[in-house]
Design a protein around this ligand. Structure first.
Ligand SMILES: [Zn+2]
Length: 191
């Protein structure tokens, strides 16, 4: 057998079969111990790929869903104390409300009570169901700023604040100031 004939008969598929035998990977279906195979692709530590509409990676030699890893990271990032009130975040709903707003469950109840007073709760609830908290925070920021601007104009035009609307005005200002505080934490949390 001449060299040329040998080259011709020793095709790519043969090379691959020999490689598989060397790797103790006798059939294409055989899973290796150190990697995962999909559509004849072998993945190694740190690789990221998509499979079944999800993102996967190999971490510590184990195939893992990236979405799960991400949420695990987020859970670790939750501080021990609430950034708004400073209380320990140990209520079973704290994790959930922290993820959404950036403050604890108690603060969320307070926040929602303030929104009710300002007549914004229905809008808030609807946006929450739609998962549009960012949009709601933007609207609320604009609303609080508008209110502050209106107050400012009122003071410069009329000179006296307390004479008009009295207690309800004080009440409104308190609600606005509280909402502003909540917004500060909310907006910091989103960044
Ligand atoms: Zn709190």
């Amino acid at each position: 057998m001449s060299d040329n004939v040998l080259k011709k008969e020793f095709r790519e598929s043969d090379v691959q079969r020999v490689r598989n035998i060397v790797n103790k990977d006798y059939t294409a279906k055989t899973k290796s111990q150190t990697g995962y195979q999909k559509a004849s692709k072998r993945y190694k530590e740190g690789d990221v790929w998509e499979e079944g509409g999800r993102q996967w990676t190999i971490k510590n030699g184990v195939k893992q869903n990236i979405t799960k890893l991400d949420s695990a990271k987020k859970a670790v990032r939750m501080p021990l104390a609430c950034p708004k009130c400073g209380q320990a975040m140990k209520h079973r709903f704290d994790k959930k409300t922290y993820k959404i707003h950036g403050f604890c469950f108690d603060c969320t109840l307070e926040y929602e009570a303030e929104l009710r007073k300002a007549g914004l709760y229905k809008k808030y609830e609807a946006e929450m169901i739609n998962g549009n908290m960012d949009g709601f925070a933007k609207d609320l920021t604009a609303w609080v700023e508008e209110y502050a601007a209106y107050q400012h104009n009122y003071v410069t035009e009329q000179g006296v604040i307390e004479d008009w609307k009295g207690d309800s005005k004080k009440q409104n200002e308190k609600v606005m100031n509280n909402l502003k505080e909540f917004l500060e934490v909310l907006n910091k949390h989103k960044k």
